[in-house]
Design a protein around this ligand. Structure first.
Ligand code: BJW
Length: 225
């Protein structure tokens, strides 16, 4: 049975009202990523980082899945083979759109993480510096997201799926951030057909066999159906 591996980025949630990072007016044009998305930034000013993620958590909680998330949920439900969704996004819109078993390689806004014992739990609406871990009581708690210099989650499982993929699609990601930007090469080396679906060509567009350009809510349902 054929295996489809789909990588998604911020572009798939853009039409649900969640900002992308590197487009005009994007999150990293408004907040220095060194301050809010690195362990060093968190150590320097945890209140600033919590404030940034508390705002993003509140926005994400209001957002609704769009036609692209729903099309992928449908694909997973109806396709006879295996459809693996790997997302760099920290929102829960794939799950709200009907997807199952989504691999959140950059973590999830809805979870908190204890740096001391590794315990994860549902994040409160407003996390604050030195909130104690409910399991061990340690105050080194943080949003459960992957910052620059940290190891993304589920990597062994993701590389295994890529090495076994018949079709690899990347949707709404700019190809700036590794290791996700290297997935297309891994899948192509394994013999998969590769397709990019994006509003504008990514940095890695030349690695893909096929490119479909347009807003995700138009091109993803058309590609799936
Ligand atoms: C639409 C649309 C619409 C708009 N429809 N499309 C050299 C080689 C290899 C690696 C490195 C290297 N130098 C440095 C590194 C490491 C570093 C890295 O990649 N740096 C680069 C800047 C070069 N990577 C890491 O540190 C990663 N870890 C790692 O490599 O571990 C190994 C290791 C560990 C320790 C020591 C040594 C090695 C971790 C990366 C973590 C990234 N974290 C963030 C924040 C997550 C939490 C949060 O959300 O705040 O993840 S950064 C941010 O970027 C976020 C995203 O998931 C990620 C990717 O962004 P994405 O999704 O592509 O968004 P955009 O905005 O860039 O693009 C949007 C796209 O959508 C565009 O293409 C638009 O056209 C499109 N679009 N509207 C369709 N309507």
């Amino acid at each position: 049975m054929d295996k489809i591996v789909i990588l998604t980025g911020a572009g798939i949630s853009a039409e649900s009202g969640l900002g992308t990072f590197r487009d005009k007016g994007g999150i990293w044009t408004r907040y220095p990523l060194e301050d809010v998305a690195t362990p060093e930034g968190f150590a320097r000013n945890p209140a600033l980082v919590h404030d940034f993620y508390n705002q993003r958590r509140a926005q994400a909680a209001q957002a609704q899945p769009n036609a692209a998330h729903e099309a992928l949920g449908r694909l997973q439900a109806e396709y006879a083979g295996d459809v693996v969704i790997v997302t760099q996004n920290v929102d829960a819109l794939h799950e709200a759109g009907g997807a199952r078993g989504v691999l959140h390689m950059h973590g999830q806004l809805a979870h908190a993480l204890c740096n001391a014992c590794g315990h994860r739990w549902d994040a409160p609406a407003a996390m604050a510096p030195a909130d104690p871990c409910p399991a061990c009581g340690h105050p080194e708690t943080r949003p459960d997201v992957v910052w620059f210099g940290e190891m993304p989650y589920h990597m062994d499982e993701i590389w295994a799926h890529l090495s076994d993929a018949d079709l690899f699609a990347a949707i709404g990601t700019s190809g700036n951030v590794y290791p996700a930007a290297a997935f297309v090469q891994e899948a192509a080396a394994a013999g998969a057909h590769t397709v990019e679906l994006n509003l504008a060509p990514s940095l890695t567009v030349s690695d893909f066999a096929e490119t479909r350009l347009g807003p995700a809510t138009e091109i993803v349902p058309r590609w799936v159906d």
